[in-house]
Design a protein around this ligand. Structure first.
Ligand code: NAD
Length: 278
């Protein structure tokens, strides 16, 4: 299984598809991540707030896979932006993960009411310089937040990880990021199962045309747009299905039909609005 690697603006590369472990219960995480690694996943997306970094670490240690073949992301939680807290927080994450360095460390949410995300990101620059993370990025940032971080620190995050699926495409954020060399990662790439994405004619017809499942068609839509994805499942058959998306290609018309699923009024969002999460 060859998963394409995308080059980031700091010269590193990231596997375009991985496994995200949001809401994977801590007690189940080692088994689920071990299964994912066995199936061929090499990119794992976790966060301090998920409470399952230890399980991810245990699976990494048990796998015997060389560290440089793995790509591990974790995230700084919202209550640790101030002062030198980011350094303490990454130390705790590294210990739980059993690693000396993560590949990517993200500011999880901008929490704009606290007005401390530029400070948090400037601390991440120091963490990268100290070798605690190879790359640094942000999550749930809107254009106004990206713009401030880039203009006030002079450093562009390598990625912005945002809610993104056919009914909620955040085209303004994705376009601004692309213009500034920032790759977009999609969270909730399958809409978290919160609306009938798989039953829409655009998705169902594309899936039928290629003899794949609707989930595979949606993941392919992301990949062909250059988006990084890490769908979550704890079921081995779905883990296998979600990585088996490199043997077919959607046509331009199929992509355009899925593009048209966003009503553009924000109603397709399934998570919290970044300005309301503080
Ligand atoms: P997702 O869109 O990946 O949806 C996961 C759900 O989709 C699963 O619970 C399962 O019910 C279903 N599913 C998965 N594979 C399927 C398949 N092949 N067929 C049918 N149904 C399937 O949503 P997510 O887990 O929220 O997002 C993926 C990852 O993004 C997370 O695990 C996490 O790593 C990250 N994330 C980040 C943030 C953030 O604020 N940065 C927020 C949420 C999630």
């Amino acid at each position: 299984m060859t998963i394409p690697a995308l080059e980031l603006n700091d010269g590193t590369t990231i596997p375009q598809l991985g496994y995200g472990v949001f809401q994977v219960p801590p007690a189940e995480t080692e088994r689920a991540v071990s299964e994912a690694l066995e199936i061929g996943y090499r990119h794992i997306d976790t966060a301090a707030i998920y409470g399952n970094e230890e399980g991810v670490g245990a699976a990494i240690a048990a796998s015997g896979i060389a560290r440089d073949e793995l790509y591990i992301t974790t995230k700084l939680w919202n209550d640790r932006h101030d002062g030198d807290e980011p350094r303490a927080a990454i130390g705790e994450s590294l210990e739980k993960l059993g690693l000396e360095q993560v590949d990517l460390y993200l500011v999880h949410w901008p929490t704009p009411a606290k007005d401390n995300y530029v400070h948090a990101f400037s601390k991440l620059i120091e963490l990268r310089e100290a070798g605690l993370t190879r790359s640094i990025g942000v999550s749930n940032f809107l254009v106004e937040h990206l713009d401030r971080v880039v203009s006030e620190t002079g450093v562009a995050p390598v990625v912005n990880q945002i809610e993104l699926h056919p009914a909620y495409q955040q085209r303004d954020v994705v376009a601004w990021a692309a213009e500034h060399g920032i790759k977009t990662e999609a969270w909730g790439p399958l809409g978290q199962g919160k609306y009938d994405l798989f039953g829409t004619p655009a998705v169902a017809e594309a899936a039928a045309a290629h003899g794949v499942t609707p989930a595979q068609a949606v993941l392919r839509w992301h990949l062909q747009k250059g988006i990084i994805v890490f769908p979550k499942s704890v079921r081995a058959e779905r883990l296998r299905e979600n990585i088996d998306v490199f043997g077919f290609e959607l046509t331009d018309a199929e992509i355009a039909a899925i593009d048209a699923l966003d009503p553009l009024d924000g109603s397709g969002r399934v998570g919290t609005h970044p300005n309301e999460f503080n």
